[in-house]
Design a protein around this ligand. Structure first.
Ligand code: SF4
Length: 346
């Protein structure tokens, strides 16, 4: 059976080609065709001789995935439901702003973390995505944007879709390497962010594995409240989480982003804001205050806007960068996993 060539890490690709008798520089040519030029057949690799192309097509395939549905929100957010080779579905959400186009990527089908504020958390985990399935989300959306009436460019990637990226590191790190390689997708490492609920042992190693940015879904300032919202906190408490963050190597001037979804009456007291400021003083930090995307049956409410501003002011007064992030794509159910759930329930 032929190997899916887009499911190999860059080092595996190099080794496989070397074993087939290709000179070292050929791997660079092949990766450029695959990821920069996005070809769908080996015959299109015109700077490789006929014999090389024959050997490649004898051993490898170049599959691609297709978009099942696209939902466009009135605010421009585009939600892609993408069909995987085994018939399962995942989703990727493209969020345009004036200065950037950000794609929110999934790393698993479903998720085992069970965060109470998240719709995907109600699905459970079906499986991890492969390297190919992570990369192909970017490729699929890039093709769609290239072919739109006003072609646009993807500028930023956030790993905040379905799944917890740091429990699928086997696919995550090779995919990240290909995404930031200038001869492949070529994203700036400053424009790629991996978001975690706090898998402490993996956080410690993160900075040694990849130069991209890290975000932590924090969402509470005490173990009691965080444990109720996010079951992972029972395994990795706030103390353990911050110990791992302090051990992580962080490039100079980089800060860790902390995501904090404000849930009225749960984690949005002014004491919470003060505790948050104190907790974050342990590491270089900035804060995204998220307005909760209410979904059918959700056990939480978002606080009034004036309250959000009071909460933010406490953080600003302590010298933090604290940005309020509005929900995008609310009319198409913008929170992660919702479209895929609707589809599987259909
Ligand atoms: Fe999983 Fe992320 Fe949802 Fe938590 S918020 S259940 S980690 S997808």
């Amino acid at each position: 059976m032929k190997t899916n060539i887009k499911n190999l890490s860059l080092s595996d690709l190099g080794e496989r080609l070397k074993a087939l008798g290709f000179e070292g520089y050929r791997a660079r040519q092949v990766k450029k065709w695959l990821y920069q030029k996005d070809v769908s057949s080996f015959d299109e690799m015109t700077n490789l001789g006929k014999e090389y192309r024959r050997i490649l097509s004898e051993h490898f395939s170049i599959p691609s995935m297709s978009v099942h549905e696209v939902h466009q929100s009135i605010d421009g957010t585009r939600k892609y439901l993408i069909e995987l080779p085994d018939g399962k579905s995942i989703e990727s959400v493209m969020i345009p702003t004036e200065s950037r186009n950000t794609l929110c990527i999934s790393t698993q089908v479903g998720c085992a973390m069970g965060c109470k504020f998240c719709y995907t958390g109600t699905m459970g985990l079906a499986r991890n995505l492969t390297i190919f399935e992570i990369l192909e989300q970017v490729a699929v959306v890039r093709r769609d944007l290239d072919n739109s009436p006003q072609p646009q460019r993807l500028t930023n990637l956030v790993f905040m879709g379905m799944g917890e990226p740091l429990v699928n590191t086997k696919s995550l790190y090779p995919a990240l390497e290909i995404l930031i390689d200038p001869e492949c997708f070529g994203f700036s490492r400053h424009h790629v962010t991996v978001s975690t609920v706090g898998i402490a042992p993996e956080i410690e190693k993160f900075g040694d594995k990849t130069p991209v940015k890290l975000a932590v879904s924090l969402h509470a300032t005490t173990d009691e409240v965080r444990g109720q919202m996010m079951p992972i906190n029972k395994k990795f408490s706030l103390t353990k989480l911050f110990e791992s963050l302090k051990k992580m190597s962080l490039p100079k001037r980089n800060r860790i982003t902390f995501e904090y979804v404000l849930l009225h009456g749960v984690n949005d007291s002014l004491d919470d804001a003060r505790r948050l400021a104190k907790l974050l003083s342990q590491v270089p930090a900035k804060i995204n205050l998220l307005l909760f995307n209410e979904f059918p049956g959700a056990p939480y409410k978002r606080p009034p806007d004036e309250w959000v501003l009071k909460f933010q002011k406490i953080l600003l007064d302590k010298g933090y960068v604290a940005v309020i992030r509005k929900s995008r794509g609310r009319d198409i159910l913008g929170a992660c996993g919702q479209l895929a759930i609707e589809k599987s329930a259909a």
